[in-house]
Each structure stands twice: as C-alpha cells, then as structure tokens.
Write a protein that binds this ligand. Structure first.
Ligand code: FE2
Length: 367
C-alpha cells in the first residue's frame, strides 16, 4: 500500500479506457473480432440505463468500454459530432478515490464528477473524475473488493465455455499518448496534480522528418504503472501530423494507446490474420536497424515480415508496431509493444514511423 505522506496521489494502474463512438454495438464487434477482446459486460436500456449503451470488453488486464448515446443532442452525441469516435476517459485505478479527487482539486484540477459510492449485489466502488486535456477525463476508480464483471450497474454477459481469453495475447496498457496544442501546461498538470515525474525529453531535432515535427515529453507515476507521453506540434516545412490530428479531432485528445504483449511476433501474426492493418516501415529500415540495435532474441526475418520495429536504450530493447487509425478520421490508433528491458517509447523509431505516417497523410492530401 502506498504511503500518502510520500505519494499524495498513489495510482495502481489503468482501470479502463472508455471510447465514445457513434455505434458501440458495431465497434464492440470490431474490437472483439479484429483485436481479440472478449465482451464481458453491458449497460443500456435492458439494464435500466436510458441515455446510453456501453459495451465492456476485456483482454488480459485491459478493459475497453465502448459507449454510444441513445438520445439526441446530449453530451455524448456532441462529443462524437466534434471529435468523431475517440477516447473520452483514461480511468485510473486508485486506492482512495475521495482522497485522490480532493488532492487533485486542491492542486488545481477541474472536477468532472464528485466522489460517490456506487453499489450493486457484487459490492461497492468509489468513483470520481477530473478533467484533463481537451474533452478527455480521468475517472478515479477505487475498486476495493468489488466482485462484479466491471462496475456496479453493468450486467455481466454469459460467456461460452470455449471463450478465448488469450485473444491476441494483449496483456496490459503500457502507455497512453495525448496530442495537445501546448504540452508544457499538461506536463506541469500531471506533476502538480498526480505527482507524476517527467521521464525523458526529446526535441524536434530528434523527431523531425522532412515535412513534420513534434515535441514530446513523458510523465509517469512513481512506479511506472501509468505513463502519459504528451505531444505538441513543432515547426516543420509542411503541416505537422500532430496538427493534422488536432484539426480532425477538434482539439487535444488521445492519439494512441500502447498495448503490451509478451510475444509480439505471435500477437502481430494473430492480429494480421484477423485483418488488422499496420503501418509499413520504409524499406531501408531493417538494414539500418540491424546495425543500430545489434543482437536480439527474435528472428529479424520475422520482424521484417511482420513490420515490427525495434529500438534500444541503456537498459534493453523494445519491439513495437503501430496500427492504422481505428476510425475514418486520422486520429486514434493502437501501438503494440513488447519490452525487453527498455523503458523508453521507441524514440529511435519515431523518424521511421513518421515517414510512414506521412506517406499516408500525403495520400489524404493533408501534407
Ligand atoms: Fe507509443
């Protein structure tokens, strides 16, 4: 148990990620069949919820909630009209939701939901929420010994005996990246409100392709269980890809969610077989990477065939790959990551990645 005297905002991990989407029923089918998530819980008209339908999917420790409005002109509908499908809530698991919320407000955060205890026959959960960049919020979830499938008010789904819980082998949320107009106030926000520390920093000299550039800083909880890289656009010759995101998302929001696996070759093979599309890397990437990275446990031929990128730092290496956007707007996407000691985020791959993204941006006429 964390000591509040040492850490005034202890966090235990990511509780769930909620996306507000235009058709949650169809989105749930997509994340189930394309990404291997298992639908575990539901709330909607059949459970007494009148204004929205929420489908909860799980894979490993990752909980993905997909919510659509049932009425017109409500908060969710307006969010979707402005942002398209997008991440509404990066919900954080905390040992004490009331204390976390009080600390956050005292440090300048804006409350979205006052602390309350919600209950059903499976137990009680304390929950509160604060606002962060754009229209994104952080629910603060104190789950305690709650034994239900998700949260009180959600109905557990009856699952077939042969449910494939392994799915594509995705285990955990590794990090969630925000695109903002101006990152420094948000880096300060996470420092002040959550006591997160800045992990590392790269400048636009590091991540500067011919046309677009970005600046990025990473804030992390003390034990690294929750990590939020924050991006902002930097001056480039042409339109920055972060600007493209901000234009299409209608402001700041979540750019990508990195999902961790312990066997990226197996996971990416599985996802490709399911039809998931990933960014191709530039042809010269692997000859350069073999020299840059040196010896690894994986077969370079597998990585090349699957398009998996490799980066290293002082502590080890990591393998990563990025999916295409999850919706038509060029906004949110997934990263699949496997860490072999490295604590970074693939800075060495940013250039290779962004060149590939920009090839697609050019196809959309936005470069
Ligand atoms: Fe990432």
């Amino acid at each position: 148990m964390s000591d509040a005297a040492i850490d005034p905002f202890p966090v235990e991990g990511t509780h769930h990620i909620e996306m507000w989407v235009s058709n949650a029923k169809q989105a749930a089918f997509y994340y189930q069949h394309a990404y291997g998530f298992v639908p575990v819980a539901y709330a909607g008209l059949e459970t007494g919820v009148r204004d929205r339908a929420s489908h909860v999917l799980q894979q490993g420790n990752i909980r993905l909630v997909l919510t659509s409005p049932l009425g017109v002109n409500d908060e969710i509908g307006q969010h979707i009209a402005k942002h398209g499908d997008g991440v509404r809530d990066l919900a954080i698991l905390v040992p004490d939701a009331r204390a976390a919320h009080a600390h956050a407000i005292a440090k300048g955060a804006v409350s979205f939901r006052e602390p309350e205890v919600i209950t059903d026959e499976h137990g009680a959960v304390s929950i509160a929420a604060i606002r962060t960049y754009g229209d994104t919020i952080h629910s603060l979830v104190e789950r305690g010994n709650y034994a239900g499938a998700f949260l009180p008010g959600f109905r557990a789904l009856e699952l077939p005996a042969d449910t494939d819980w392994a799915g594509a082998g995705l285990k955990d949320v590794d990090h969630c990246v925000g695109n903002t107009e101006d990152m420094n106030p948000w880096v300060k926000f996470y420092g002040d409100v959550m006591g997160f520390t800045e992990l590392n920093q790269f400048t636009d000299e590091d991540i500067n392709t011919e046309y677009s550039a970005l600046m990025s800083k990473v804030v992390s909880s003390g034990d690294g269980k929750v990590k939020f890289p924050i991006n902002e656009p930097a001056e480039g010759k042409r339109k920055s890809q972060i600007e493209e995101y901000l234009d299409y998302y209608g402001g700041a929001g979540v750019q990508h969610i990195a999902l961790e696996t312990d066997d990226i070759v197996k996971t990416v093979t599985n996802l490709r077989d399911r039809g998931v599309k990933f960014y191709d890397r530039p042809a010269a990437y692997y000859s350069e990477a073999v020299d840059r990275i040196g010896k690894i446990e994986e077969d370079w031929e597998d990585l090349k065939r699957l398009g998996i990128l490799v980066d290293k730092d002082e502590e080890g290496y990591l393998l990563q790959i990025f999916t295409h956007n999850l919706q038509d707007r060029p906004t949110v996407f997934f990263e699949i990551i496997q860490r072999k000691g490295a604590k970074g985020f693939g800075d060495g791959n940013f250039k290779a990645l962004f060149e590939a993204i920009e090839a697609e941006q050019a196809l959309r006429g936005n470069l």
